[in-house]
Design a protein around this ligand. Structure first.
Ligand SMILES: Cc1cc2nc3c(=O)[nH]c(=O)nc-3n(C[C@H](O)[C@H](O)[C@H](O)COP(=O)(O)OP(=O)(O)OC[C@H]3O[C@@H](n4cnc5c(N)ncnc54)[C@H](O)[C@@H]3O)c2cc1C
Length: 655
């Protein structure tokens, strides 16, 4: 039995390294910044455009910019600030993400000093609103195949930007429909009759009066499922003149005579290096999805503590929803996973900060590991948001369906998080490719799956790449005694070794299948990979589950308050065991669990739910979301309603 857990002690652990930013956002963003349920699209756009300029600078959303231009060069902190904004209003968070993360981030990462000098201050102040125009109607996931062209003409010294057909128009672009005056436009660079792959240009799209610039057609994507405050639109270019110095030329330069130069000779490698520098958007989207999940869970848990249905025989009062095992089964495993992601996300933000502020030579291994984790954690956190917010909606019954109770809005706004900043399925393939290639060398090239000559030991090495708490984890794993049946199902070392073993086994068997495919389909690398795609996705998920568990274990290790530590340990048990339970079929099929042990896990999960029941409220209070941000009518009204009914029942009984 765990007693005396102080929510504030948990908050301190959850807030982590950037506690000061989280607290500043809580202190400074009041009700005027919070989502207005049920507002019209036009009102939402007007409100969000106004608020983006009123955001206090010290809340840190734009803090990733270089110090010389008024930023604080804190990439990790800026993702945390954006995550916090996601708890206030998701449209505001996405609009900020487009302006400072995508548009501003691209200028910083892909541009050079003269672009920075000319534009960064106005971007930070939001005097210059801009777009990140990469996606086209015809190409979203496979952006290397973009069809927009930007062709250099040495006689004029300008580029000519052109949309060759409708499938090449830029689509879904944030800030395009109403506010953007400039766009970072991605297109195929052509000079001297040669193509050099996708590059980016700064392109003015509206004049001072808000009218489209000559040759540019701007459209509105129209009503969307959610994110009503964001003006997503379309851009087409009809032979638009773009001065040579508007090419964001950090990775590829075009001289006045049209000569192309780049420090990275291979077009594909150059493009993926450019994309790699833009990883912050993905890190932010995963974080904001989890922030919205925490809002939904807080609403559902608090409602479940107040709402009563059905009486126990012999009792006068009805039972609160959270006392039902079925309700605990809905809420507590989701809560445990949400906690796990807080720790994994913090590790990711720390790594990103270190990689992006490092002044030494580029550490390619760390950069790839960062991209892989960002992709994987974005995918699992956004899927978790979609399923958990829907579950919370149902856990609040009919009340969960009313806009005034916020859950429909959270659901609609986070839905697209599974798609933008990289479709989740495509992202998980990226994670698996990172694991499989063992950094490419073993395979020859990313496309050359058929030529795989893999040595089994490499798998182990890759599975065990560094994490924050590697030595602690190794110690726990090596302390697991003998046969599984002799180890308690709550043994942390056992959890860690089971997660690690599943990942390793999946990876080895994918490799075996790839090699088998290579033997029969020698010249069809696409088919070789496509035939194991399901297996590849399971491997990526197992990898992310494992690093998430390890981050949770490291988080507990950092917790000094004994009661908070004990509660987190129980929650971590629940995360580990419900993850195993969800994939029971795999563990049983592969002889990793006996039927008896599998049943024992279900029984222990139910025991854990009972143990954690008294702490549900503390666990959500620890998220420290101000009531005015939650802004859910049921949280104000339901406790009062229950009081009234209880008094009425008492009066009837006494009369
Ligand atoms: C609200 C909103 C805002 C956006 N904002 C911007 C913005 O500001 N700037 C910008 O440039 N873009 C933006 N986008 C675009 C977004 O990034 C793309 O929608 C996204 O990358 C997916 O591309 P797509 O829509 O073409 O889907 P597709 O790539 O066509 O995917 C459709 C389906 O096919 C599946 N699929 C695709 N490839 C594979 C594969 N190899 N294997 C298996 N399955 C596959 C996917 O999993 C998905 O289920 C925005 C989109 C939306 C909806």
């Amino acid at each position: 039995m765990i007693n005396g857990v102080d929510a504030a002690a948990l908050t301190a652990v959850l807030d982590g390294r950037w506690a000061h930013i989280r607290q500043t956002v809580r202190d400074e963003l009041g009700a005027e910044f919070v989502t207005v349920p049920g507002e019209s699209g036009a009102d939402a756009r007007e409100r969000v455009t106004r608020l983006i300029r009123e955001l206090p600078t010290d809340v840190g959303v734009a803090s990733a910019f270089p110090v010389a231009y008024g930023g604080s060069a804190d990439p990790g902190g800026s993702t945390v600030a954006a995550e916090m904004l996601g708890q206030v209003d998701l449209s505001l968070m996405v609009k900020a993400g487009v302006q400072w993360g995508l548009f501003g981030g691209a200028v910083v990462a892909l541009g050079t000093k003269h672009h920075h000098d000319r534009y960064l201050r106005d971007i930070i102040s939001a005097d210059l609103m801009g777009c990140f125009a990469m996606t086209e109607t015809g190409h979203g996931s496979d952006v290397q195949q973009l069809r927009t062209t930007c062709t250099y003409d040495p006689s004029s010294g300008n580029f000519v930007l052109h949309t060759p057909h409708e499938a090449a128009r830029k689509d879904y672009i944030g800030n395009a429909a109403k506010d953007g005056r400039m766009a970072v436009v991605f297109a195929q660079l052509i000079t001297g009759g040669e193509r050099y792959g996708v590059h980016a240009w700064m392109v003015p799209i509206r004049d001072e009066d808000g009218n489209p610039m000559p040759g540019i057609t701007i459209g509105d994507d129209g009503p969307k499922a959610g994110l009503l405050g964001v003006d997503n639109g379309r851009l087409s270019f009809d032979h638009v003149t773009v001065p040579r110095d508007m090419l964001l030329d950090r990775y590829g330069q075009v001289a006045a005579d049209g000569t192309y130069t780049s420090g990275i000779a291979n077009d594909t490698r150059r493009f993926f290096t450019m994309l790699g520098t833009l990883v912050r958007g993905r890190v932010t989207v995963g974080a904001a999805a989890s922030a919205a999940t925490r809002n939904a869970l807080t609403i559902a848990v608090r409602y479940g503590d107040a709402r009563r249905q059905f009486t126990r025989p012999g009792d006068d009062r009805e039972v609160v929803l959270n006392d039902y095992l079925a309700h605990q089964r809905k809420l507590l495993p989701a809560l445990a996973r949400t906690y796990a992601y807080v720790f994994a996300q913090e590790e990711l933000a720390v790594t990103m900060g270190e990689v992006q502020t490092s002044t030494g030579p580029v550490d390619e291994h760390r950069q790839r590991e960062l991209e892989s984790r960002a992709a994987g954690l974005k995918a699992v956190q956004t899927w978790h948001a979609t399923s958990t917010i829907q579950m919370c909606r149902q856990a609040c019954g009919g009340a969960g369906y009313l806009a005034e109770n916020r859950l429909p809005g959270l659901k609609a706004d986070t839905d697209v998080f599974t798609t933008f900043e990289g479709d989740n399925t495509v992202l998980l393939q990226l994670v698996a490719k990172g694991l499989l290639t063992g950094y490419r060398d073993a395979f020859g090239s990313l496309d050359g799956w058929g030529r795989a000559t893999f040595v089994a030991e490499q798998v182990r090495e890759m599975v065990l790449e560094r994490t924050a708490a590697r030595s602690l984890i190794q110690r726990l794993v090596s302390a697991v005694p003998g046969r599984d049946e002799e180890v308690a199902v709550t043994d942390r070392g056992w959890h860690l070794s089971v997660f690690e073993d599943r990942e390793k086994h999946l990876l080895e068997s994918v490799i075996r299948r790839l090699r088998k495919g290579a033997a029969t389909k020698k010249d069809r690398p696409f088919d070789i990979f496509n035939d194991v795609q399901d297996h590849v996705l399971s491997t990526a998920t197992a990898h992310i589950d494992r690093i998430t568990l390890e981050a949770f274990v490291a988080g507990i290790d950092r917790t000094t308050d004994p009661a908070a530590r004990a509660l987190l340990a129980k929650l971590c048990d629940l995360y580990a065991l419900t993850t195993i339970e969800k994939d029971k079929a795999w563990f049983l099929e592969h002889g990793r669990l006996t039927p008896a042990r599998s049943k024992a896990i279900t029984a222990v999960v139910n025991d854990l739910l009972r143990e954690l029941r008294p702490h549900m409220r503390t666990l959500v209070d620890a998220f420290a979301i101000p009531d005015e941000w939650l802004n859910a009518a049921i949280l104000r009204e339901e406790p009062a309603r229950q009081d009234t009914m209880a008094k009425e029942d008492d009066a009837i009984r006494q009369s």
